[in-house]
Ligand binder design. Structure first.
Ligand code: ADP
Ligand code: ADP
Length: 226
């Protein structure tokens, strides 16, 4: 298990400050919902945590090591992934990228790699789609493949940017149960959502963000009026 420490994080786009002085610490095995209005900087926060956006200031530490140098595995599922596969790629190929980076076919996957990928697909309920071409799947099915890819990484920290948008209730419940299982296994799970009721009832901690941290604590602490 790994804990995440964000100190005075600043991120901007050109002249615009998207995150100013964001500080919070998530304990190892935490289960955190990130909430805030559109444009609050939720996606920006996730991207900065995994190094997809440069920091203008502050630090991100994973178990006291700088995020860029850590051996702990952080898996990130973006809100939207533009799929533009230039040649046919199977679902298994995509999930295998979680274990090998962008070009898995350069190496021969081990038995453990294949098992981890199949387990990730099974957990998302799409084990039967492993040999299908990713481009033939619906948007929702592709979203599940990206989650399976994150699971195949066997991450210490899992970051999901709005995984519930446009998802039916049954899938939402199944995904929440999966996140709770991971949390109980010690994985640190951080999820952005628009669903305040879900944040209040299904998460241990809530980060209320709007360019800066407006509140961070248990749902009772964050949502109970003074
Ligand atoms: P949220 O995920 O909470 O909706 P975002 O992190 O997407 O918020 O956006 C935070 C702010 O940064 C918004 O004002 C948004 O317009 C701006 N922003 C996001 N991405 C870019 C970008 N690529 N270029 C310029 N501004 C951006
Ligand atoms: P269609 O495109 O055929 O209308 P969707 O792409 O919306 O269907 O969803 C296909 C299946 O994938 C549905 O069973 C849905 O519940 C599921 N699904 C959609 N989005 C997600 C997601 N983000 N995570 C997991 N499952 C999802």
């Amino acid at each position: 298990p790994a804990h995440l420490e964000v100190k005075n994080l600043q991120v901007g786009y050109n002249g615009h400050t998207a995150l100013a002085d964001v500080t919070f610490t998530v304990p190892a095995g935490g289960l955190v919902a990130v909430v805030g209005p559109n444009g609050a900087g939720k996606s920006t926060l996730f991207k900065a945590l995994v190094g997809l956006l440069p920091r203008r200031g502050g630090s991100v530490l994973i178990h006291r090591q700088p995020a860029g140098l850590t051996l702990y595995c952080v898996a990130y599922v973006p809100q939207r992934e533009e799929v533009d596969w230039r040649f046919p790629v199977t679902v298994m190929d995509v999930v295998m990228m979680g274990r090998y980076g962008r070009i898995p076919w350069f190496r021969r996957p081990s038995k453990e790699d294949v098992q981890a990928c199949q387990l990730g697909l099974d957990k998302m309920g799409i084990g039967h789609l492993a040999r299908r071409s990713i481009g033939d799947l619906s948007g929702g099915q592709q979203q599940r493949v990206f989650l399976a890819r994150a699971l195949a990484q066997q991450p210490h920290i899992l970051l999901l940017d709005e995984p519930f948008t446009g998802v039916d209730a049954a899938t939402q419940e199944a995904t929440l149960n999966l996140l709770e299982d991971l949390h109980h296994q010690g994985v640190t799970v951080i999820v952005s959502t628009h669903d305040l009721n879900m944040a209040a009832t299904r998460f241990e901690q809530v980060l209320l963000l709007n360019r800066r941290v407006l509140a961070f604590g248990t749902p009772a602490e964050v949502f109970t009026p003074e």
